[in-house]
Design a protein around this ligand. Sequence first.
Ligand SMILES: [Zn+2]
Length: 320
Amino acid sequence: MKTKLGVSALSLVAACGLGVLLGSMTNERRPEVAMAKEPVVQAPIPPANDGKLRIIIFGAHPDDSEYTGAGVAVKWARAGHHVKFVSTTNGDIGHWGQAGGPLAVRRIKEVEAVAKKMGVAVEVLDNHDGEIMPTMENRRTFTRLIRQWNADIVIGPRTNDYHPDHRYTGILLQDSAFMVAVPFFCPEVPALQKNPVFFYKSDRFQKPNPFTPDVAVGIDEVIEPTLDALLEMVSQIHEGGANGSADLYPSDPAARKKRDAQVRQSLARRYAGGATQYRDVLTKFYGAEKAKQIKYAQAFEICEYGRRPSMDELKKLFPF
Ligand SMILES: [Zn+2]
């Protein structure tokens, strides 16, 4: 990880607010951010061994894990399982009209609000947006995070995604998929006794190979609270992120109301597309009758480098 502070992963998280501040000082493009009294993101405490599942979801930017975990994370959380979202960059160039420290702080607050509504933990690593690289340091960070969470399930992007940060996050996930169980790699954090099952989130990229789902989860019963949570990410959803513009979310209340409804619908359509596209896989898990009725779904593909679960184990990992 490119750390301006040169500290370990855990203290890096605790120092995230400060890191954002230093980031803005070391790069003249980035506007200054007001001094934060408290760290912006606290490292969540890994749950005790309580027999529940532990899931860690990696995304490149503060919104990616949230879209990946939408619905399914809420279902896990409501069943008492432990879910954590990790963003590998702080998102500090992901907006058309704002950048640097203030944007990073804004986006951290947005994903904290999402996490609170979904009932999950969240961590944002202090790397500049657009600059995550598959370095040895980052491989160690991924390995430590997965071990500290004592993960049963690790989810992230595939490596043939359009955005370099997404691709390198996918590579880092693959690079950790065996190392988490190797005791003398990062020996300061005990190796996992059992290699977790690693999954890729769904995507639409075809080359060199398309996403091939192994699991599909119906999320109808949690779609409304999930959309409520996702809509906390105003900088990305309402304002359009890096490709947005000022006229997308004007200050006029009537126009805002219209935009709110529009973005909610478009998000719902995204997950409705999952149910249509992955109906075959839904049928494998729910049976034809039930699968036919599912309106919203998420799908995941097993990464070959982690543990390879049987159908029985898959049903235990996704106990819905
Ligand atoms: Zn992203």
